[in-house]
Design a protein around this ligand. Structure first.
Ligand code: GAR
Length: 204
């Protein structure tokens, strides 16, 4: 029996393939989660259909209802507090979190990024690496800090870009890598096996 189970919110804005990879492992009982909810800022996102398929509660808050980003993020915090959420996994959440949001969940927010950070930060990392002509790119999982894509790195996996690969081949390879790595790292994090020392992350 695993003790001290956490309540997790997965944040996603789009397709939700990483959401699905995480939820599948949670449903199998492999990740130490008491309750899991989806949070999304996109009404018609495919990830909401995936949440429905797995019976995961989905919370949608429409950013257009709010005067500014600060008010929106405060509403998100209030909503997560009602759900007693302690840990957040960003999985294709395409909105930058306000500094006070990051502080509120300090060292409790993980993000997955489809490149080897600090190379190819931003929202088009797979395409950027491909168009740049890089020979190796990959996947990074990191803690979220106030500076976008710059938080302490937890894990990275390289993906080679072979000469014959198309952009679509690369996307496929990156996503396959993400779907394996994110559940493994989230599991370790929720078992308190990931320790942060300054910028350095140790897996015990
Ligand atoms: C993933 O590749 C994730 O790494 C990326 O968005 C994709 C979401 O796919 N995140 C970023 O680029 C963050 N800057 P999914 O909705 O199928 O999980």
């Amino acid at each position: 029996m695993m003790k001290n189970k956490n309540n997790l919110a997965i944040f996603a804005s789009g397709r939700g393939s990483n959401f699905e990879a995480l939820v599948q492992e949670i449903k199998k009982g492999k990740i130490n989660v008491a309750k899991c909810v989806l949070f999304t800022d996109k009404k018609d996102s495919l990830v909401r259909q995936r949440a429905k398929k797995y019976g995961v509660k989905d919370i949608f808050i429409d950013p257009v209802r709010f005067k500014d980003k600060k008010e929106f993020d405060q509403e998100v915090i209030d909503t997560l507090d009602k759900e007693k959420i302690k840990v957040i996994a960003l999985a294709g959440y395409m909105r930058i979190l306000s500094p006070f949001f990051v502080k509120y969940f300090e060292n409790k927010i993980l993000n997955i990024h489809p490149s080897l950070l600090p190379s190819f930060a931003g929202n088009n990392a797979i395409e950027d690496a491909f168009n740049y002509g890089a020979k190796v790119t990959g996947v990074t999982i990191h803690f979220v800090s106030e500076e976008v894509d710059q938080g302490p790195i937890i894990a990275q996996r390289p993906v080679g870009i072979k000469d014959k690969m198309s952009l679509e081949d690369l996307r496929k390879k990156i996503h396959e890598t993400e779907h394996k790595l994110y559940p493994q790292i989230l599991k370790l994090f929720l078992e308190n096996k990931i320790k942060l020392e300054g910028r350095h992350v140790k897996i015990t």
